[in-house]
Design a protein around this ligand. Sequence first.
Ligand code: ZN
Length: 236
Amino acid sequence: MISNRNIAYKITINFLILFFKTILFSNQEYSQYFVTRIPTQEKIVFLTFDDGPGPWTKEVLEILNKHNIKSTFFVLGELVKYRKDLLKQIYSQGHEIGIHCYEHKNFYQLQKKQSLNEVKQELIFQIEQSIKEVYDSIGIKPRYLRMPYGYYRSWMDEYLKKYNLTVINWCFGFDWQNITSAEMADKYCKNLQPGGIYLFHDGGQNRKKTVESLKIFIEYAIKNNYKFGNLKEFIK
Ligand SMILES: [Zn+2]
């Protein structure tokens, strides 16, 4: 027999769980088109690089090659236009190519000044132009999008579906901070976790410290029996 007291207790507990879930997640948007980590307990992590192709891309490629790691590069269409050979090199080495828009536009700022319809038109332009540049240089249509500054809103789902894209954000990224490469590496190492997607940069500015911390992070992950995965095996 289940007593009334038990039922009241269960209802209270369920209410409390719902209450805290609402508070915790009310500011986050969830969607099948939006990923920040791969749900797994396996010791596998994913490296991603933004803002290239740029002057630091070759050094990054060398490090990845040395450890036979396949990663994802989120490239800017306006740079691909002038660095087709570099994009070809990234792709020929087995890395995935995602788009980071055509220009490095800040949609957080844009949405403050423009109507939603104008912002949507801008998104369409950025997506179509960057897909075009990638397609013109390596003949593939990218499947992944990372917006500048990690922008994402659920209204984008309609366009993500239309262009067959998934937004890939990150669970940890810290290489734009004004700290030493050792401090930078330490932050990444402390945030090593199964299924983690890590953000680094191979363009935008001097990335010497990124390159140094990337080397340390990779070696730390390997020493801790982690493998480096390829996103396309997990996100179809
Ligand atoms: Zn960026």
